[in-house]
Design a protein around this ligand. Structure first.
Ligand SMILES: NC(=O)c1ccc[n+]([C@@H]2O[C@H](COP(=O)([O-])OP(=O)(O)OC[C@H]3O[C@@H](n4cnc5c(N)ncnc54)[C@H](O)[C@@H]3O)[C@@H](O)[C@H]2O)c1
Ligand SMILES: CC(C)[C@H](C(=O)O)[C@@H](O)C(=O)O
Ligand SMILES: [Mg+2]
Length: 354
């Protein structure tokens, strides 16, 4: 099994090094994988003048799975849009057909006191956010900056979802719900947006094929509020690209930190790219203080979803639990009485726990 490893920018190389260390440890214990590194994002722009160099896309296409760190950095903020690091990420998602983005918000009991919510509100939290990843306002055309008749300039983007895009991600959502608590909440803005009215119509239609799953609908503003009021009411949240981007960052804080939220981005055959939900965190890059657990847990998702290796996936997750139970914490999840360690040391702690 071949894994394309794309560390990217900022803390990307630091956190990915911890995840590959964990995978290496499993390899020395019999896991049959090979890993090849390539540039993406700002690193791709610096090395090849393109945030998604051709060689990187080719490697990703030829590999069985992709492990990605994060992209982006202040030094790229003034580049024209096609050259910006984030475009490399969007292009690889689109290029590999990764329409289903799974972002599990799971509270490890050891981190209950690191959550921004009261322990009784979050204990046992286990939500799966399913974010559509290759459509919506992210990819809609036309877009740009234009000059109106009155001479004023206007920025514009286009939101749209086609029926097939909604259907395929809805099916994934219901199938995930079938394997979990059989509850799916579809989040939209159908009181205002045509795209959302259509989204709701199609999701309701697809639901008929899954009578065992209880479907509910919620407006995104209410969902944002409910997530911090009573998050355990949710099992699977199905939503579009932009709402899912925002709600998953919000949900991450229920688990203690954005550094705890892994993700899997899957195509129709469960081939996928695995990356933490957070970004390149330029404010803490190069300091060995980033939390690598979201990336390590993303590697576990890779073993589960693409390689069907539940045993090794669980092994990684148990090792993370053990490291937390031993009291190890990076700064973002540190609470009094625990042991603050760096990014690299956290990777070592997980490997030791394996
Ligand atoms: N998937 C991705 O590659 C991805 C995702 C989000 C943002 N970005 C990019 O990252 C750059 C920075 O964006 P941002 O600051 O809005 O979001 P960010 O997620 O990078 O950081 C937000 C805050 O969370 C902290 N943080 C993030 N990950 C952490 C970790 N593992 N451990 C400890 N703290 C962590 C950061 O220090 C920062 O204070 C931008 O260029 C943005 O476009 C990339
Ligand atoms: C960097 C950006 C393009 C990306 C997104 O919006 O999808 C990020 O925020 C994420 O959540 O993966
Ligand atoms: Mg995001």
């Amino acid at each position: 099994m071949k894994i394309a490893v794309l560390p990217g920018d900022g803390i990307g190389p630091e956190i990915v090094a911890q995840a590959t260390k964990v995978l290496e440890a499993l390899r020395s214990d019999g896991l049959k994988i090979e890993m090849e590194h390539a540039y993406i994002g700002g690193a791709g722009y610096d090395a090849a003048g393109d945030p998604l160099p051709e060689a990187t896309l080719k490697l990703a296409q030829e590999s069985d799975a992709v492990l990605l760190g994060a992209v982006g950095g202040y030094q790229y903020d003034n580049l024209p849009r096609p050259m910006r690091p984030e475009q490399g990420l969007l292009r690889i998602r689109k290029g590999l057909g990764l329409f289903a983005n799974l972002r599990p918000a799971l509270l490890y009991p050891e981190l209950a006191s690191a959550s921004t919510l009261k322990p009784e509100v979050v204990s046992g939290l286990d939500i799966m956010i399913l974010r559509e990843l290759t459509g919506d306002i992210y990819f809609g055309q036309p877009r740009g900056i234009r000059t109106l008749e009155n001479g004023e300039r206007q920025g514009f983007d286009t939101m749209h979802y086609s029926e097939s895009e909604i259907r395929r991600v809805a099916h994934v959502g219901f199938q995930i719900a079938m394997k979990r608590g059989k509850k799916l909440c579809s989040v939209d803005k159908a009181n205002v947006l045509d795209t959302s009215m259509f989204w709701r119509e199609i999701v309701t239609e697809v639901a008929k094929e899954y009578p065992q799953v209880e479907l509910s609908h919620m407006y995104v503003d209410n969902a944002a509020m409910q997530l911090v009021r009573a998050p355990k009411q949710f099992d699977v949240i199905l939503t579009g690209n932009i709402f899912g981007d925002i709600l998953s960052d919000e949900a991450s804080m229920l688990t203690g930190s954005i550094g705890m939220l892994p993700s899997a981005s899957l195509d129709i055959n469960n081939k996928g790219m695995y990356e933490p939900s957070h970004g390149s965190a330029p404010d803490i890059a190069g300091k060995d203080i980033a939390n690598p657990l979201a990336t390590i847990l993303s590697a576990a998702m890779m073993l589960r979803y693409t390689f069907n290796d539940e045993a090794n996936a669980t092994r990684i997750e148990n090792a993370v639990k053990r490291a937390l139970a031993q009291g190890y914490r990076t700064g973002d999840i540190y609470t009094e009485g625990t042991k603050k360690i760096g990014c690299n040391a956290m990777g070592d702690a997980v490997v030791a726990a394996l």
